[in-house]
Structures are given as structure tokens and as C-alpha cells.
Write a protein that binds this ligand. Structure first.
Ligand code: NAD
Length: 390
């Protein structure tokens, strides 16, 4: 059978646009014809390195393709995805799906507004996106790579085949600070570390409870309420900066914890922070009624290396965000694979080319947004429980 060809456009030319392009090279289920890139900044260089065309408008690139990869900063996700859906195109949307970015106010500061406003506005944005999707022949394909990480998919298999009941999950995404210049400003990121990093382990936890409910009763078990605390540790007056942790945030949290209660009374505790040294720290532990699993997304012990001299490894990529390559380390022999990037893009192209259902649909993305902005209300109330809107 002849492979279908999918015409592709990349929106954004930064960090995520790069790993999306790498994953596109590995798609098996369809021929991928990358038509080009559109970005506010960096498009020329990105296009030159990859031998693709630069578009000068969003409209033109959408016109020429079947799917856009929305790899632009979070505040633009809604408008780009809706523009694509209106023309019956697919939109692969990076995390977070959308959010609250402070409206048009020039003086907006993430610390000085009622967090209920953030929840209401973010949910209104989600609603507009879901309505556009309903009217479209295209779909929102939510790019939450954790769901496609091999360890999370293995856990899905265990839950499905053993009929497990998950009682408690705890997980974390953390490192020593994100690279992007816009990170650190609520108005670009839609919040602090609770949304930018917390969305990953949270969505994995929401997903596994969905899988459990889907298997047992044919419907997902959804999050019901959340309790949260957030902190800005690197902005404490007495923070002693020794240069290892990024510490130039404007108005965001750099530490957060969410305690999520699901409809069936079971729970998840999700940590996210920008204060962890020693490389990226991404894991989810599942305590079920019939098994216990620890998904070590990054680092893991697939490889352990001892290097006596830092300079030996000057040309060796070891693992994301590691501070030093000297001594013992856990190099990732295929970091993208352990992180789920190629698997998620393959899954999305199976949906686009062959109509297969997608695990990370807009409903899962919407539950993530509802939970996180409810958590910001809880944090504002110093940890009071907040009911999550559906
Ligand atoms: N899944 C992951 O592991 C992961 C990792 C990093 C970033 N992300 C997500 O990817 C998205 C982008 O982050 P990044 O790190 O690539 O940012 P970045 O700052 O490296 O790049 C952003 C790119 O988007 C462009 N852009 C911004 N607004 C635009 C608009 N309206 N139209 C066209 N282009 C626009 C910028 O010019 C730039 O080229 C964010 O939503 C982020 O949360 C996901």
C-alpha cells in the first residue's frame, strides 16, 4: 500500500521546534513533506539549517499544509491553533494547551491579580479552542510527550492488562532553570513552574487515571479537587546565589506542589521546581492495589559512566541540564526516545494520515489546564482545597 503524504508547517523556531523536526525525520507511518517554517524570530536560521522555506505569514503556511506544529510560546497557542482548525487543518499544540497571560495590561504582574481571573480566562480560552475543534475536520493533537514516554506506556499496559486501581501517584519535573528568555514572565508562560514543568507529571497522572477508568467502566476517572502551595525561592531576599541555579525570574513561582484528589477519592502529588541540580529530574511513581511502578523518564540507569576529567567529555552530550560531566553520570543513549518525542509525533501522524484515535486529545489537555489554574487559586489561599471545573 502506498504511504500517504502529509504536508507539514512548523510555527516557532526555538527549542521545541528543533526537537519536533528531529522527530519528524523518524515518522514511519506517512511521508512527511515539511513545507516550511513561520516564526516571529529565528525562522531564517532554522530554515537554512534544515533546507526548508521561510513563510512570511501564518495564513500562507496554514494554506499550504495539512498540519501545523504549534511550537511558539504559550500565549500564541490559542490563536494559531484556531486559525488552523478554521481551515480544517490539524494543530499539534505544544504544552501547555493555553493559559492566562494577563490580557492587554502593560503593567501586568503575575503576583498582583486574583487567580480566579486566571482560571476563568484560561477556561474561556480552552472553550474557544474546543469549539473551533468541534466545527473543524482537523483536530487538536496535544503534544504532551510524557504520555508517549516508553515507561508511561508500559505502565498503561500494566494497568489495562491487570485491571489495577491506582491509589496514589507522586511525580516531579525539575531542573535548574529553563533556557528561554521569556520564561520567568507570567505574561509569556501563563504562570510559573507549576504550569511550565508541573503540566508534564500532572498530565501523566491524569492520563493513567483516565486509562484505569476507561478500562474498568468505559469512562475516564477525572480530577475533582486540588490543594497547592507555590513559592519563589530564588527571589527570597536571603537566597544565596552561587551561580548554579537560574535566578532572574520576574513574577513567577519556581517551586510548586499540587495535591490532586480524583473523582474516586484516590490521589496524586505533583512537584515542579527550578531549583534542582544534577540534571533534569523527571519521574512518576504509581502505587496501585496490585503493583508499584517507578517510571524514571530522566535520568535513568540505561547507562552509567565514570569520567575522571571534565575535558574528556567536551564533545559528548550526556543528559539534559547536567551541571558537570565529571565523575559518575547517567548518559542517555537516546534521550528523545526515553522522553517520548518521536513516539508522540508518530502517533499524531497515524491520526492525521490514518484517522487513528489519539491518546493526548484536547479533553486531557483541558483537564490539565483546569487543574493547574485551580491549583493557583489554592496557592493564593495558602493551600485551601479548590474544586476543579469541568
Ligand atoms: N514538551 C517539551 O518538552 C517542551 C520543551 C520546551 C518547550 N516546550 C513548549 O514549546 C513552546 C515553545 O517553547 P520554546 O522553548 O520552543 O520557546 P523558544 O523561546 O525557544 O521559541 C519560541 C519560538 O516561537 C516564536 N513565536 C512566538 N510567538 C509567535 C507567534 N505568535 N507566531 C509565530 N511564532 C512565534 C518565537 O519567535 C520563537 O521562534 C512552549 O509552549 C513551551 O512550553 C515544550
Amino acid at each position: 500500500m502506498e504511504k500517504k503524504t502529509v504536508r507539514t508547517g512548523i510555527i516557532g523556531a526555538g527549542f521545541s521546534a528543533k526537537f519536533h523536526f528531529e522527530a519528524l525525520k523518524k515518522v514511519h507511518c506517512a511521508n512527511v513533506d515539511v513545507k516550511g517554517v513561520f516564526a516571529l524570530q529565528g525562522a531564517e536560521e532554522y530554515a537554512k539549517e534544515r533546507g526548508i522555506k521561510v513563510y512570511d505569514s501564518l495564513e500562507k503556511i496554514i494554506e499550504d499544509v495539512d498540519v501545523v506544529h504549534v511550537c511558539a510560546t504559550a500565549e500564541s497557542h490559542e490563536s494559531i491553533a484556531i486559525a488552523a482548525l478554521k481551515r480544517d487543518k490539524f494543530a499539534i499544540v505544544e504544552k501547555p494547551l493555553t493559559g492566562y497571560f494577563g490580557g492587554d495590561s502593560k503593567d501586568f504582574n503575575g503576583e498582583n491579580f486574583a487567580k480566579s481571573e486566571a482560571l476563568d480566562c484560561a477556561m474561556a480560552s480552552v472553550k474557544r479552542m474546543l469549539e473551533a475543534e468541534k466545527k473543524s475536520k482537523g483536530k487538536i493533537l496535544y503534544a504532551e510527550n510524557w504520555i508517549y514516554a516508553p515507561s508511561i506506556q508500559k505502565e498503561r499496559e500494566i494497568i489495562e492488562k491487570t485491571g489495577a486501581q491506582i491509589l496514589w501517584m507522586h511525580g516531579e519535573e525539575a531542573h535548574s532553570g529553563s533556557h528561554a528568555a521569556t520564561y520567568g514572565f507570567w505574561k509569556f508562560s501563563g504562570g510559573g513552574v507549576m504550569i511550565t514543568k508541573g503540566c508534564h507529571p500532572l498530565t501523566a497522572a491524569l492520563y493513567l487515571k483516565r486509562v484505569e477508568g476507561r478500562k474498568r467502566d468505559g469512562k475516564p476517572i477525572r480530577p475533582k479537587a486540588v490543594t497547592s502551595r507555590t513559592h519563589a525561592l530564588t527571589r527570597l531576599k536571603n537566597f544565596r546565589d552561587e551561580g548554579h541555579i537560574r535566578a532572574d525570574y520576574h513574577d513567577i513561582d519556581d517551586f510548586s506542589v499540587m495535591h490532586v484528589v480524583f473523582e474516586d477519592g484516590t490521589i496524586a502529588d505533583i512537584f515542579a521546581s527550578d531549583i534542582i541540580l544534577g540534571g533534569i529530574h523527571n519521574w512518576l511513581e504509581v502505587a496501585a492495589n496490585n503493583h508499584r511502578t517507578i517510571c524514571n523518564i530522566n535520568p535513568n540507569t540505561a547507562m552509567q559512566t565514570y569520567n575522571p576529567v571534565e575535558a574528556n567529555f567536551k564533545d559528548i552530550y550526556v543528559v539534559e541540564k547536567t551541571g558537570t560531566k565529571q565523575g559518575w553520570s547517567n548518559p542517555s543513549p537516546d534521550e528523545d526516545w526515553f522522553t517520548g518525542y518521536p513516539q508522540e509525533i508518530e502517533a499524531f501522524y497515524r491520526t492525521i494520515a490514518h484517522g487513528e484515535p489519539v491518546e493526548t486529545d484536547s479533553g486531557l489537555a483541558a483537564d490539565c489546564i483546569a487543574t493547574i489554574y485551580s491549583a493557583y487559586i489554592s496557592a493564593e489561599k495558602m493551600g485551601a482545597e479548590v474544586v476543579i471545573p469541568h
